[in-house]
Design a protein around this ligand. Structure first.
Ligand code: LMR
Length: 394
């Protein structure tokens, strides 16, 4: 048995974790996986989350299975966070607690495959590698629309609209409401409106993947496009995650939300989602969910978390500025303005696969082969070292 199985080449992002850990150089730098690191290079436990955990462990709730769709309080938290307190206009949203953001994407993919078996899925070029894997894994043909302009290291709006305009009705379009992974390039509000116009006129199915709400501007502004789509009475799907914004990576806390402007359709949508959950993993886990609910439903802990989130966002911005300044010294001919224009955890440097390999081999600096760096891996102790190493490979 199993003698003919192909070798797994490894994951281009998660594989970097093991490679980095095995590297024994003391000055190594981790700019690989999208995990927020603090100024000491540690992945923090947020104090608000630790307090929520302390309270939960002091009086745990009953053990047992959660419902297939997850905990009702958690689902309400998601509703408020994504759709705002005033909610969902005339429509209704069906929300399912999922096993992380990846689990939400896969659940959404399974749901769509049942509802629209002949649709294609279009992802941005470039996109998070696993988007392609997840949708292909659910049986979809995956195509790309142009998104990133390597010349400006910004948005390629014209080609994006042309490619979306050429999509077939009921093709699924994957979009990032903020902090696009891997480029950090986001449309502005006018551009979003033009994108939504094309999606509506072509009758495409929008699927928003939001893992970094609050890392660009704040919780509200970063969800603007969701609110705009409710306002336009569009049907759409959102996958979301607490991995980054609550630093809860290992707890796998995510959600899938499906908005339908015709509220009476929501119960069938939820029913189909529950069916997909039951056939996949039956019901979601409890512990991380309790921490999310503990923080986001307590007025003081929520306010504290919003300050902690702002702290992460501001530190990333500071590192963007400081890397740009450091590169101006070490590589004056390299225009690093893109670093302060792109937003969120990632900067898309334009460095080639070869240059990224040289950074790793010569300096112990780990980044994704696509040229994406995780800006939060920078800190005052390593930023000059990184700027010098980049200058050497240019
Ligand atoms: C990333 O893009 O690095 C993160 O979202 C982690 C992952 O699962 O790839």
């Amino acid at each position: 048995m199993f003698s003919k199985l192909p070798t797994y080449a490894g994951d281009p992002i998660l594989g970097l974790i093991g490679e980095f850990e095995r590297d024994e150089r003391p000055n190594k730098v981790n700019l690989g996986v999208g995990i927020y690191q603090d100024e000491n290079g540690d992945v923090p436990f947020l104090p608000s989350v630790l307090e929520a955990e302390r309270r939960y462990l002091a009086s745990p709730r009953k053990a047992g299975y959660l419902p297939m769709e997850g905990d009702a309080r958690y689902r309400q938290v998601i509703r408020n966070l994504l759709f705002g307190i005033d909610g969902t206009g005339v429509g209704e949203v069906s929300i399912v607690q999922t096993v992380g953001g990846s689990g939400a994407l896969r659940l959404g993919a399974d749901f769509l495959k049942r509802a629209y078996p002949d649709s294609r899925v279009l992802v941005s070029d470039p996109t998070w590698d696993n988007h392609i894997g997840i949708f292909e894994g659910a049986g979809f043909e995956v195509g790309q629309y142009r998104y990133f302009d390597p010349k400006t290291r910004g948005l390629d709006m014209d080609w994006m609209l042309i490619d979306l305009g050429g999509a077939r009705p009921q093709d699924v379009v994957l979009l990032a409401p903020c902090c696009h992974n891997p480029t950090g390039v986001d449309p502005n509000r006018d551009e979003w409106c033009r994108i939504l116009d094309v999606i509506q006129s072509r009758q495409l199915i929008p699927f928003l993947d939001i893992a970094y709400q609050g890392f660009a501007e704040n919780l509200e502004d970063d969800a603007w496009v969701i609110r705009e789509m409710v306002h336009r009475r569009m049907d759409f799907i959102v996958s979301s995650s607490f991995s980054k914004i609550l630093s809860l990576y290992g707890e796998r806390c995510g959600a899938l939300s499906i908005y339908t402007p015709i509220a009476s359709r929501a119960s069938n949508v939820l029913g189909q989602l529950k069916l997909c959950v039951r056939r996949n993993y039956s019901s979601p886990p409890t512990h991380g969910m309790e921490l999310v609910v503990g923080v986001l439903t307590d007025v003081e802990l929520r306010a504290q978390w919003i300050r902690e989130l702002a702290g992460m966002r501001e530190r990333i911005r500071d590192m963007r500025n400081r890397l740009k300044e450091a590169l101006a010294r070490t590589a004056p001919l390299f225009d690093a303005t893109f670093l302060v224009e792109q937003r969120g955890m990632f900067a898309y440097t334009g460095l080639s696969e070869e240059q990224i390999r040289a950074l790793r081999d010569e300096s112990g600096i780990y980044a994704a082969a696509s040229g994406r760096i995780c800006v939060s891996g920078l800190n005052p102790s390593n930023i000059d070292y990184v700027a010098e190493a980049i200058a050497k490979v240019l």
